[in-house]
Design a protein around this ligand. Sequence first.
Ligand code: AMP
Ligand code: ZN
Length: 664
Amino acid sequence: MSIESTINQLREELRQHNYNYYILDNPTISDYEFDMKLKELQDLEEKHPEFFDANSPTQRVGGTITKNFNTVVHDFRMYSLDNSYSKEDLLDWETRIKKLVDGDVQYTCELKYDGASMNLTYQNGKLLRAVTRGDGVQGDEVTANVKTINTVPLQLKGNFPDRFDIRGEIVLPIAGFIKMNEERIATDEEPYRNPRNTASGSLKLQDSAEVAKRPLECLLYSIKGNSLNITTQFEGLEKAREWGFKVPNEAKLVNSIDEVFEYVAYWDEHRHNLPYEIDGVVVKVNSLYQQDELGFTAKAPRWAMAYKFKAEQVSTTLNEITYQVGRTGAITPVANLKPVQLAGTIVKRASLHNADQIEKLNIREGDEVYVEKGGEIIPKIIAVDFTKRPSDSEPTKYITNCPECKTELVRIEGEAKHYCPNYNRCPPQVIGRIQHFISRKAMDIEGLGGETVALLVNEGLIKNYSDLYDLTIEQVIPLERMAEKSAENLINGIEASKQIPFERVLFALGIRYVGETVAKKLAKHYKSIDALMFASSLDLITVDEIGERIAESVVEFFNSEDNREIINRLQSFGVQLEISAEKLANQTNKLNGQSFVVSGVFETVSRNELKKLIEDNGGKVSSSISSKTSFVVAGDKMGPSKRTKAENLNIPILTEQAFLRLLK
Ligand code: AMP
Ligand code: ZN
């Protein structure tokens, strides 16, 4: 078999497995087997770039960086929907329809998915582009990001029209949302507020590899095109399903407005059993002929109507306000409620965010309060029922001291939250910081989990993360649920973390506002903790992407004697606190201030190696050519449009060899 047909066959197979897994929810091979086949295809494609296909299953992992999203005018305008909130509203709508069309009217009832609307254009069965709704007339092209969503087919099956648009909603299923938030909380990042905003925010991320990591789905509900050979909305849904799209099965064809009411009532009650959030249902006149007769108002189709569910509310008693201390010392007031059933779960607690919120609500212990579950997973308190306030109730006094260590709290100007400044002695801060230190993206210490950290601190075996490095097996074995084997693993895991490179150690230290990216920037610029420690605020802000807020936080961290002592100890244990000599040897400033665009296929180095070479030598890599580009490094098969652009802007084009000479 020729290489090309092997590649095509693998692509076809992987497509089918993707479909089985994501659309049918019925995989027929193991994840491992799938990964192996994908790897095989990746290798072949890398060796044979002449068979590149932008819609290959390998393109799902992302990696494209988009700086500016292009604006694209929709072929068919994306209208909004009229809203209704009651049976009467729906009956009025029916009356209006019956005046304008003859004959019986059937309705397709669908769920109203709560996410971000998306228009996909397919040509010859391939995804051509994906565009956000924007203002309805034009939106942003986000194809690279949408391609990473597994439920968006890159190649259709069956008998599809040559060209058409299909619309859907990009949603983040609740389980995936919760998992993402657990990971964020573990690294002390602010959790996302709700799935809808997270889904729409994801579409505008610049790095499509980041989008690929998010468990987004695309649920389809409408096809647009010329001469499609479809006569009803419901038939459209069935066809879309046949072509490989994810069209939820809850859609229902009904014959009367009474049946619409039944559908509405059913889903108002059962919506919490769905894997994703909906905020209502959408009712559509089924016949496309009748739809044509009805037409559009300035804003929405006359043939469709959204029915919005009310956000569910209940009232209950606020028993007590307690206060939580986070890893960075931030205080969060929590409302402890008399348990109450709401939106399918029992609610016991709600966040009160900060002192301002308490003041705004004028809320007191003992109050009867209204709790609502809207788009947010965490319920919120909407209002107090002042008619029920007990006569002996007392105004809420915000705490002045840390509930855990009794230190006086501080509130930095311009910030909403109070902080406990007892950075190195306040137990939840101590535990939280060590938990961050050992986490996967930081020191990634195998054999040590968050609970064990808490145990070690509570038993007085460690006081900060540097103490991990002189733990012994004998100290650990007596701990609860610790067998000899796991104690050994733990100590080995700690030992192994001494190899973790400097940039990750820097992230692991848990300096406020120093996330992964900032840590990388700082490590690259200062090269060692000693240099960083002596950097002034003024010096720090000269580093690319480091602002005042970060600079001050870094300076403050190293101003603390405790912290300097901890760093000394880490150093004495052999933790990597500078860029390794080997890495340093490969780094220069030769390309400082120069910006490169890399295009085509190269002989002696891979494209990624080439990019790394540029960055290691102080240059910048960007994805598109502009007047700011200093050089284009061109390999074999450089895109013709890139070449024309470079030539028009008079930007020198370097061959691979010429570039490597530049470095020597
Ligand atoms: P609105 O944003 O309130 O004007 O509602 C219109 C939006 O609802 C559309 O742009 C879609 O993104 C979304 N929507 C969700 N589910 C459906 C559905 N089944 N049919 C049509 N639109 C839907
Ligand atoms: Zn404290």
